[in-house]
Design a protein around this ligand. Sequence first.
Ligand SMILES: *Cc1c(COP(=O)(O)O)cnc(C)c1O
Length: 383
Amino acid sequence: MAVPPFDLRRQLETMGPALDQAVLEVLHSGQYIGGKVVARFESAFAGSVGTAHAVSCNSCTDALVLALRALEVGPGDEVITTAFSFFATAEAISAVGAQPVFVDVDPGSYLLDLDQAEAAIGPRTRALLPVHLFGRPLNMERCMAVAHRHGLKVVEDCAQAAGSRWASRPVGAWGDAGCFSFFPTKNLGAAGDGGCVTTNDPRLSQRMRELAVHGMAERYVHNTLGYNSRLDALQAAVLLVKLPHLPSLISARQRHAEAYGQALAHVNGLVLPSLPGMAGHSWNQFVVRIPGATAQVRDQVRAALQQQGINTIIYYPIPIHRQPAYRHLDYSAGSLPVTERLAGEVLSLPMFPELTVDQRGQVVDSLRLALGNVTAPLQGLSA
Ligand SMILES: *Cc1c(COP(=O)(O)O)cnc(C)c1O
């Protein structure tokens, strides 16, 4: 039996009937854009994050753009962020005309190194854009302290972290804005694209709402150049069915993470996610590291797993600062050593709430076997 990296079928078995009904209701209502269902979802989502406002939109990429635009981050401004993330994190900064400034990540958490972020602050820096990568929450007390010391805005990229908390406050409720993705593989997945920005600032919320509908404040009066970025009513209906299940879906992810952690502890040639203080981790991904002099070791393990039917994914093989699209920013190889090293060593094991105990066992056994058969040189665990 093959183990996929992600599987929706079992979720559809349990939530299917409620989803069918919710979708059909919207279909027959004739209200496909905006309307009550979208408003209900926004208020439910804001409630779950604990913010006063939530502005839904087409994707997290758009959510980031809306937040940055509403904060008036633009040409001439710099935004400090991580290069160990999905491309959209930086793409959104560039899309508003600002420049991403990449700093390295912490080798234990793989998240934005706040000391390096603070050191990179210059006269043009306007905002910090941290990412709660893989569902792991960044230390937001420290992040906000850095921002306040320097008068910077904070936009949290919560795409992989719906349901994550730092110090018992949900991510997305710490910064000026929190940006979420409802892409199907994220913690709260729609049946297509979707996104949302959370904020406690009513003016920011209003500005983002305007920007999402062509900069339109009142009908056919356009205050500014905006976007067409909306969450479809059909997607809102799907999300309204799923949102109440989010805590139990995340508990299931946490159980898998704990079981993986126990079963894989002390396996030679493997570095597990560091666990201390991870109560608020939502485990969108369970990412192990296979240290080696080159990515060849990791790739060999991945291929061996594949042969045994275990499908893994590499998030992310090329860090953002080394992407062809950012060649003009001139980050040379070796400029962000931790990020670059992670890109060659990380491997995401199958992780989704409905993963079975059997599947988990299969992953563990296959991984042990694959690591035992590595021929390329491994590095010690101290790495
Ligand atoms: C998925 C993702 C995004 C983009 O989300 P979309 O909804 O697909 O636009 C942004 N940042 C991170 C870290 C992501 O994982």
